[in-house]
Design a binder for this molecule. Structure first.
Ligand SMILES: [Zn+2]
Length: 569
């Protein structure tokens, strides 16, 4: 059995997909809003029976590997590794045979994590500092927190011993080439507490290092992060997402905090659905990642931030993308990490009592100009007119002015153009791509439908259906043999979804077959009409032209009769 087959025999596609997106039961199958294109009604289906998935909106589909490839944005080998880890299947063999660069670099990062974790245990003062901040040993372990010791070549030498080249270390962002000639490379992270940054599937792709001690001060600020590398795409990674994702789906909400410590300490306090943007602003990519699991976000601010962050781009964007946005501020006004240090319960309470962002700012501001400048932009981007009206009413009540006056102000709010690559504009792009569905003519559509039923009912025991299917399959043998497996899978799933409730599939099958014949004749008639027109236009007086025309007209009448026969059959 191949590694891929072993993995498939141990894992269920429903579980794999479910770990990324919320699925609803739909008969024998499961459905969801497609994670790969923007939609409001689910056209993404998973079939446990066939261990396959398909989206009727964007025509993507396949098996569990292709799903992981799509959703993680990785190649096949890496999807194999991700699922092998899950299934507990050894991939050592593949690694030896086809060690592609990405896999080598991921292993290098794992080694770096090990090195930093060992160093942390050796440095009692760092452990003492983390304890002082309230972090428990088990929490540090869960997040693989480590320590990069002072000195220029500690990691480089360690990784060299493990068989990695300097060029690989540089590609992974772990060492830096010295500006001085002949000085060679040095460790990027020195004298820093190390937070590994993981991809959605939990593979370490980068680090964030928090300053500790003297030596770190010579370069960079309080935090430095890995640079953009082949592994680490800064805009698309949320710290802690790999650990939070299941809980985000279950709780149907994602808590967004500022720094790594905030995410780690929230986790320790029992708020497992927390992720950190770690220094950057919230991006469209972040929102995309979250939207697969929930459309509700809770932003955590400390007291100083809360006011300053009013009219933040991130909130704007989230609202415009249809997210429900809430704001959580701890009672002490401290950031989440410090709030948890004081009292974990207080932070849990703050999150559970988070307020809708507009309501939050309506309570915070009293001045008309603040309300108009800072709150109206949030209302302007809302997708629902009903919701808008609700807020306009509240504002008019609070400011004791007429609703019309608020509406007037609201109309003046200039909406920022949607950033390129926003969720909505991306789906517009996708819509322009020739998807299989849009290209399909009615005829192709029905032919595929028929083929789907035939493949689905290939070994049917139904006495009425069996001879019809057998005949069709024999007739279409070449076409069926040449049909790619993904297409077969899609057609079968489609047929099952359409016809599983059908009382007489045999009747339905014959009806579609008849429809197809009708369409085929219609197409032929159309092309013939064209030819007749051309001949008449050419006004050929010669005998050959007359004969041709007569022949065409004859054929035309025959076809028309055939069409009528079918219609009134
Ligand atoms: Zn789709």
């Amino acid at each position: 059995m191949s590694t891929a087959e072993q993995i498939k025999s141990r894992l269920d596609i429903t579980d794999v997909v479910q770990s990324y997106i919320k699925l609803q039961k739909a008969g024998a199958n499961f459905k969801a809003n497609c994670p790969f294109h923007n939609e409001k009604t689910p056209s993404f289906f998973v079939s446990p029976a066939r261990q396959s998935w398909h989206c009727f909106g964007c025509s993507r589909g396949g098996d569990m590997f292709s799903f992981v490839m799509e959703i993680e944005g990785v190649d096949f080998l890496e999807s194999l590794k991700i699922l092998a880890d899950r299934a507990g299947v050894e991939v050592e063999k593949i690694d030896k045979n086809r060690q592609n660069e990405r896999l080598r670099l991921l292993q290098l990062m794992d080694e770096a994590v090990k090195f930093y974790e060992t160093e942390l245990r050796k440095n009692a003062d760092v452990v003492a500092y983390l304890k002082k901040r309230g972090m428990k040993g088990e929490t540090a372990k869960a997040f693989n927190i480590g320590f990069a010791p002072a000195g220029w070549n500690n990691l480089r030498d360690y990784l060299k011993d493990k068989g990695y080249s300097e060029s690989e270390m540089e590609k992974a962002g772990m060492i830096v080439k010295s500006a001085k000639a002949q000085a060679g490379y040095y460790d990027r992270f020195r004298s820093r507490i190390m937070f590994p940054i993981s991809s959605a599937s939990g593979q370490t792709v980068g680090f964030s290092g928090r300053i500790f001690g003297e030596e770190g001060t010579d370069s960079g600020g309080k935090y430095i992060n890995s640079p953009q590398t082949v592994l680490y795409d800064k805009s698309g990674i949320l710290y802690g997402f790999d650990k939070a994702k299941n809980e985000i789906r279950k709780k149907d909400a994602c808590v967004i905090v500022e720094g790594q410590m905030d995410a780690v300490m929230s986790y320790q306090a029992g708020i497992v659905n927390a992720v950190a943007v770690s220094g950057t602003a919230l991006t469209v990519e972040h929102l995309k990642l979250i939207k697969r699991l929930t459309e509700k976000i809770i932003m955590a601010f400390d007291k100083d931030e809360a006011g300053a962050r009013a009219s933040s781009k991130g909130i704007d964007m989230a609202l415009a993308e249809g997210f429900e946005v809430k704001i959580a501020v701890s009672p002490s006004g401290k950031d989440p990490a410090d709030a948890v240090l004081d009292s974990p319960e207080s932070w849990v309470k703050a999150v559970s009592e988070a307020k809708n962002v507009i309501e939050f700012y309506l309570e915070l501001f009293d001045e008309r100009k603040d309300i108009e400048r800072k709150i109206l932009p949030y209302i302007a981007v809302l997708q629902s007119e009903m919701e808008k009206a609700g807020w306009v009413k509240k504002i008019s009540e609070k400011l004791k002015i007429k609703e019309d006056a608020v509406w007037d102000e609201l109309k003046k709010v200039k909406l920022a153009p949607k950033p390129l690559g926003s969720l909505a504009s991306k789906s517009n792009l996708e819509a322009k791509l020739p998807s299989e569905n849009s290209k399909q003519t009615r005829l192709e559509f029905m032919r595929n439908k028929l083929l789907g039923i035939a493949l689905w009912q290939n070994d049917t025991k139904d006495q009425g259906l069996k001879p019809i299917i057998d005949e069709f399959i024999a007739f279409k043998k070449d076409e069926i043999d040449g049909c790619p497996p993904e297409k077969k899978n899609r057609l079968i799933l489609e047929a099952e979804l359409f016809f599983s409730e059908e009382a007489s599939l045999a009747n339905e099958f014959l009806k579609i077959k008849k429809e197809i014949e009708k369409e085929e004749i219609k197409a032929e008639l159309e092309s013939m009409t064209e030819k007749i027109k051309e001949l008449e236009m050419a006004n050929e007086s010669e005998e050959s032209g007359e004969l041709k025309l007569k022949q065409y007209l004859d054929d035309f009448h025959k076809l028309t009769k055939k069409l009528n026969d079918i219609v009134f059959l």
